[in-house]
Design a protein around this ligand. Structure first.
Ligand code: TSJ
Length: 631
């Protein structure tokens, strides 16, 4: 330096970067592995900004064997000419002045400097070595830094026909005890950024072991929604809109599916906003408003019907909401909620209009979506009605257990069992045969369940189901509380015939839809009564399959055997039922497991249809999803 004097600017710079090294946590959260990766995000975000501005198509991330990382883009190249007033180049300003990124080269939307954006100068300060290379105006420029301090001016070191910026940094061992970059972590973040920045190609190479991958999504967030729904049953096409409004850029992609849950990701300036915020609020209110309008006009909702609630229109929805604004305000506990109020009204108006247009232009998709919402609404209202009756009944009668229930004397749910038994006569045998200490019996009148159509919303209002829910003691639907459950083994015991199978599937549907935590906890079982009684003289044996029956007959040799096929539980007396089906020492049970919730959704949807064939298919499928349990 010519005059050997520090200008006010330079003193500020030195103090700034010293502060970063003194308290790195203040800037990057932690200095563990998460903080280490923050360095990469910060640098990559700057290249993404150049892509968002429309000047960069490729970003390369290289993890080198020496522990350094380089990020290269094919953008315009950071300007390297010295600014008259400060005597510094844009490059040096960006790399040495805290939070310089936002101020420099204003205009446009930026990822960097956002939520966790701390500025590239922080990366520089926390690197034992950083090399900046700029390709611009046919030349290659280079500047080196150590712990944030320039090791000389920017120098022209060669020629270059291409334009771009490359930053290579080596995290400082004095700051980061663990400097082991994780390929997958970088890949996941790169994938997300590639979805959010359509047309950009991001390549990641790990030179430690040769792993490499790249992302390019022509459709941006439209591709994102397609990816999220790849294994789901789709309802209509992907709906996509993009609009540049005075408040910012709005990009939304959505598609309905047959699933029950909602998958919704929102972003502001490519920063994930898991707490949502104004953009998400605007999206949700437009979605509810427009779908209700459509459903009214097209008579999916009749005059007497309630409007779809926000929950009804969320069921099965997959959506990505991405907005870009000049001055994003991040709020909330984790600073991941967009606070800009103008985004709510803007998204609500712009998306509402686009959705309306889509529904008008795609009538078949529109009908599919409205039907899905109507189904969700029906299920919600049915669950609420059932819950209300259960609560009301409980309040009126002081939570009296149903008279049909023969309860056990044990009060510890862990050792208590509930047998749900088809038919009053089988119920009678079960009551006589049980161990009343820990086995409770609830008979269901098979006929009523059987005659009724397989409409769950109707079934759930039935007296029998209310009795079951009260007996279980843990509520239903949204308010279900597993800790209140009175039995930790719940056995469905139905006849080995078609009606029995039908009742069993209805019960399984009920448990799946409204008492799901019971299945998840592994508390639901299917009892296995025998199919045959094989008797020779005084010897009585039971067979649970045809093969077992044949083996028993063969074992008896010349002895004449009488074979009885049980058509229903009612044909067994109390002692037989205990011996074959209820005695923990000898019984076999199948535990109902829903390990693949998405597939189960589909199976139950099929079951809900009135078509007998599809129900039969379910019953067969179901046999494969239960596993033997030996007690
Ligand atoms: F900030 C950084 F050093 F970390 C960094 C910046 C790292 C990487 C990998 C890329 C970049 C970067 C910056 N890529 N492209 C740019 N572009 C500019 O800074 C730039 C270039 C030209 C003009 C102009 O007005 O001519 C304006 C800007 C902001």
């Amino acid at each position: 330096m010519a005059d050997q004097q520090y200008s006010a600017d330079q003193i500020q710079v030195l103090e700034g970067l010293t502060a970063v090294r003194k308290r790195p946590g203040m800037y990057i959260g932690t200095t563990d592995i998460a903080g280490l990766h923050h360095l990469v995000w910060e640098i990559v975000d700057n290249a993404i900004d150049e892509a968002m501005a429309g000047y960069c198509k490729h970003i390369d991330v290289d993890i080198h064997a020496d522990g350094s990382v380089s990020v290269a883009d094919d953008g315009r190249g950071i300007p390297v000419d010295k600014h008259k007033a400060t005597g510094k180049s844009a490059l040096e300003t960006v790399l040495t002045v805290l939070h310089a990124g936002g101020k420099f080269g204003g205009g446009g939307y930026k990822v960097s400097g956002g939520l966790h954006g701390v500025g590239s100068s922080v990366v520089n300060a926390l690197s034992s070595l950083l090399i900046a290379e700029v390709r611009r105006d046919g030349k290659l420029y280079r500047q080196e830094y150590k712990q944030g301090n320039p090791q000389g001016d920017v120098k022209e070191v060669g020629k270059s026909t291409a334009n771009g910026t490359t930053i290579t940094f080596l995290p400082d061992p004095e700051i980061f005890p663990d400097r082991n970059f994780i390929f997958e972590t970088i890949v996941n973040r790169a994938r997300q950024q590639a979805y959010l920045t359509k047309g950009v190609t991001i390549r990641i190479q790990d030179h430690r072991d040769g792993k490499r991958t790249m992302f390019y999504f022509e459709g941006g967030i439209k591709s994102y929604v397609q990816h999220l729904n790849r294994d789901r049953e789709k309802i209509g096409d992907v709906i996509y809109m993009e609009k540049e409004a005075p408040e910012g850029l709005i990009e939304i992609s959505l598609q309905y599916t047959g699933a029950f849950q909602e998958t919704c990701f929102s972003f502001a300036n490519n920063i994930h906003t898991p707490e949502g915020g104004m953009h998400l609020t605007g999206f949700r209110s437009a979605l509810t408003r427009v779908l209700n309008n459509y459903a009214r006009k097209s008579e999916f909702l009749k005059e007497k019907d309630q409007n779809f609630s926000a929950e009804d229109v969320r069921e099965g929805l997959t959506a990505v909401i991405s907005v870009k604004l000049a001055d994003p305000q991040f709020e909330g506990q984790t600073k991941s909620k967009l606070g800009n109020a103008e985004m709510r009204t803007c998204v609500e108006a712009v998306f509402g209009e686009a959705l309306e247009q889509f529904l008008a232009e795609n009538p078949a998709d529109a009908r599919g979506i409205a039907a899905k919402c109507a189904l969700a609404q029906r299920a919600r209202l049915a669950a609420r009605a059932a819950r209300d009756t259960v609560i009301r009944k409980g309040a009126l009668e002081g939570m009296t257990l149903p008279g049909k229930l023969a309860d056990c004397s044990c009060r510890d749910p862990h050792s208590s069992e509930l047998y749900i038994v088809e038919g009053d006569s089988a119920g009678g045998s079960a009551k006589q045969g049980r161990n009343r200490e820990f086995q409770a019996i609830l008979p269901l009148r098979g006929k009523i369940l059987n005659v009724e159509q397989a409409r769950l919303d109707r079934m759930i209002g039935s007296e029998q189901i209310k009795n079951l829910v009260i007996a279980l003691g843990a509520g239903i639907g949204e308010t279900f509380d597993l800790s209140k459950l009175r039995y930790h083994r719940i056995m469905i015991m139905t006849d080995a015939d078609v009606d029995g199978a039908h009742i069993r599937t209805l019960l399984l549907t009920l448990f799946y839809r409204y008492l799901r935590p019971i299945i998840d906890a592994g508390y639901l079982f299917i009892a296995q009564p025998p199919l045959y009684k094989v008797q020779a003289g005084k010897s009585v044996q039971y067979a649970y399959t045809d093969a077992e029956r044949d083996r028993l007959i063969a074992d008896l040799g010349d002895k004449k055997a009488s074979i009885q096929r049980y058509k229903g539980l009612g044909e067994m007396n109390a002692e037989q039922l205990w011996e074959t089906t209820m005695d923990p020492v000898s019984r076999t049970m199948l535990r109902v497991s829903v390990d693949d919730a998405e597939r189960a959704d589909y199976v139950f949807e099929t079951l809900m249809g009135s078509e007998v064939a599809s129900r039969k298919k379910f019953i067969q499928t179901h046999a494969k999803r239960v596993r033997n349990l030996d007690i």
